[in-house]
Design a protein. Structure first.
Length: 273
């Protein structure tokens, strides 16, 4: 059995047949469907309007704020500086600090006619011993720091001098000038042949060969730190050390133009005739 729909127009006509159809109940039932649909549509529109109203308001406000923040670039006109008065004297130059040592006036010589020459005595030698020459007389400040003028610009710079360690011992093959015995190495071996006394024990045991030694030639030419690196024994090692200790002073090694300590190696030959 189908569901009974009393709101259908056929049933409404049956119910109000023979009755006054101008009565309000007939009109309400007849327009009920259209009124319900219209109310549903209007309610949905009102709900959606209230739901999306904050978002729409935010979008509208953001676009308005962005338009307000965008401003055209303003042209700023800076007034030109006031003209310089030609009568205004320039500021005086900054005076350099006083030197550490007094300075006496000693300008460079300039060729002039005799009538333009002024009688101005140059500084004496005694005065130059106490003061530096310059373009004018300046009283020195003993507490001032010593200032060394350095070149400016992109030109070649002066390299700092290499400091030589006084106590460093250099290898004789890596320095500018090697130490040597006065007169050369041949003179040194001549000294050895005259100074060596063959040890009796080495003679009895027929010990012959070379004793290898190392030593340091000091800055004054003296031989120190004499050490046997490979010996023969039987008194030959001690005799070689004795002869080197008694050796005349050598010419010292040179590095950067200065005498330095240099390690040197040599051998002493012991041969029985």
């Amino acid at each position: 059995m189908s569901k009974l729909d009393i709101l259908r127009s056929q049933w409404i006509e049956v119910v109000f047949e023979g009755k006054n159809k101008n009565y309000g109940a007939y009109q309400l039932r007849k327009t009920n469907g259209s009124n319900t649909t219209r109310a549903l549509i209007i309610g949905s529109i009102v709900f959606l309007a209230f739901f999306f109203a904050p978002k729409i308001y935010g979008l509208i406000k953001g676009s308005i704020d962005t338009e307000e923040k965008v401003e055209k670039a303003k042209e700023v006109i800076i007034a030109p500086p006031p003209p310089v008065n030609p009568e205004t004297p320039p500021p005086p130059p900054v005076e350099p600090p006083p030197p550490k040592v007094d300075q006496v006036k000693m300008p460079p010589p300039i060729v002039k006619p005799d009538e333009q020459v002024r009688d101005e005595e140059p500084p004496t030698v005694e005065k130059l011993k106490e003061a530096d020459p310059g373009q004018r007389d300046i009283k020195g400040d003993p507490t001032a720091d010593i200032v060394i003028a350095e070149p400016v610009g992109e030109g070649p710079k002066r390299e700092a001098a290499v400091a030589v360690d006084d106590n460093k011992v250099y290898d004789f093959v890596s320095i500018e000038k090697q130490p040597e015995f006065p007169g050369g190495i041949s003179k040194f071996y001549g000294y050895l042949s005259k100074a060596i006394k063959y040890p009796p024990m080495a003679q009895e045991n027929n010990v012959q060969g070379k004793v290898f030694l190392s030593f340091v030639v000091e800055k004054d030419g003296k031989l120190t730190d004499i050490t046997v690196t490979r010996g023969l024994g039987s008194g030959t090692d001690e005799e070689a050390i004795r002869v080197l200790k008694a050796s005349p002073r050598w010419n010292p090694g040179i590095q950067n133009g200065k005498p330095v300590r240099v390690k040197y190696n040599i051998n002493v030959n012991f041969t029985l005739n």
